[in-house]
Design a protein around this ligand. Structure first.
Ligand code: SF4
Length: 341
């Protein structure tokens, strides 16, 4: 299909979502990765997951920034690699009491009117954040963010790494970009950590990640800078109707698999460039159209004149990893190396 909309510039960076969208359906990849059309209404599933991630992010940033500050002022250990808090028993009790009281308050209406509070309602998401920190207490969690000498925890970690593929307009190297919840230093190695909310946990949930390009890309990005990274740690949060459960899945990726993923990534990007040059994108007309709750662009494909409906259903939103790069991978890992040597 040749969209009757002016061909947009080719992006300077590609992320996992864009590659996946393009491989599922070229037109879907074009709408999301070239035109940056994002639905005006976000599904409850996505907003619940985003709210949960934000809760974890804020708590981690506050806690580990405070811990760093307290350690700096009270001891000479400010150059140590990781910082563990020394909360007094009274401080711990205060926090536990506040969290416990809030949990009880939020849980009570659920017992009275379970139907009124779905597993992804705002109060359940807040409860999930509290339960998460009861399961993985900030002061005792063995998987915690790396903290650089400026006291910044590696939370919401972004990266942008040049690829051996040139941009079709500028000739500059294209960038592979991504963002994960935390870069942890655990057991002598670096691990990207990602939290995933889901309605089902168990062995099949963990096996979903064996060949997940998103996580292979995270591992590649950390290894690409010369650091040992065996794979990713995924923490699953099961948002069930009457319960909130947890599961941890460390997923290790061998080098040969990373290499295969990288070769495939480059091939896919070359095909994306070719489709862009021709301004012609094939349509799936298959599984991708009905995937989960349906492709976000189905409303356009069901109309003979999609260009006239774009701004009714979508807005143009472009995530820029370069301007939002408040914590660069290169700086972070360089600092870590300096501290270790
Ligand atoms: S609805 Fe189907 S054909 Fe249309 S963009 Fe989505 S996946 Fe492609």
């Amino acid at each position: 299909m040749r969209p009757k909309i002016e061909r947009p510039p080719f992006p300077a960076w590609i992320d996992s979502s864009t590659r996946l969208a393009f491989t599922e359906c070229e037109l879907k990849g074009a709408y999301s990765g070239l035109y940056h059309f994002k639905p005006k209404s976000v599904s409850n599933h996505l907003s619940a997951g985003g709210a949960f991630a934000h809760g974890i992010e804020v708590a981690r940033k506050i806690y580990f920034t405070e811990v760093r500050r307290d350690n700096s002022s009270s001891s000479s250990s400010s150059s140590s690699f990781l910082f563990f808090p020394n909360l007094s028993p009274a401080e711990r009790a205060d926090i536990a009491s506040a969290a416990g009281a809030l949990s009880a308050f939020l849980a009570k209406p659920e017992e009275d009117s379970a139907d009124a509070l779905g597993p992804k309602s705002s109060s359940r998401i807040l409860l999930a954040v509290l339960r998460y920190f009861a399961e993985f207490p900030l002061d005792r969690d063995i998987i915690i963010p790396y903290i650089n000498p400026r006291g910044e925890p590696a939370v919401e970690y972004k990266f942008a790494i040049p690829l051996p593929i040139s941009h079709p307009e500028t000739g500059e190297p294209l960038l592979y970009t991504g963002k994960f919840d935390m870069l942890a230093y655990y057991n002598g190695q670096y691990w990207p950590v990602d939290e995933k909310t889901t309605s089902r946990l168990g062995p099949s949930w963990a096996s979903n990640f064996d060949l997940r390009g998103q996580f292979l890309g995270y591992t590649w990005a950390v290894r690409e800078q010369g650091f040992e990274c065996p794979g990713v740690i995924v923490r699953g949060i099961g948002l069930l109707k009457n319960d909130i459960t947890f599961q941890v899945a460390p997923v290790r990726y061998p080098s040969w698999l990373i290499n295969q993923w990288f070769d495939q990534l480059c091939e896919d990007i070359e095909r994306f460039k070719k489709a862009w040059e021709n301004h012609s994108y094939s349509q799936d007309f298959g599984e991708s159209c009905g995937h989960y709750s349906g492709c976000a662009y189905k409303q356009l494909c069901l109309r003979p004149n999609p260009e006239e409906w774009v701004m009714t259903f979508f807005q143009k939103l472009e995530w820029n990893p370069l301007t939002e790069q408040d914590y660069t991978a290169t700086d972070l890992l360089y600092e870590a190396l300096c501290e270790l040597t």
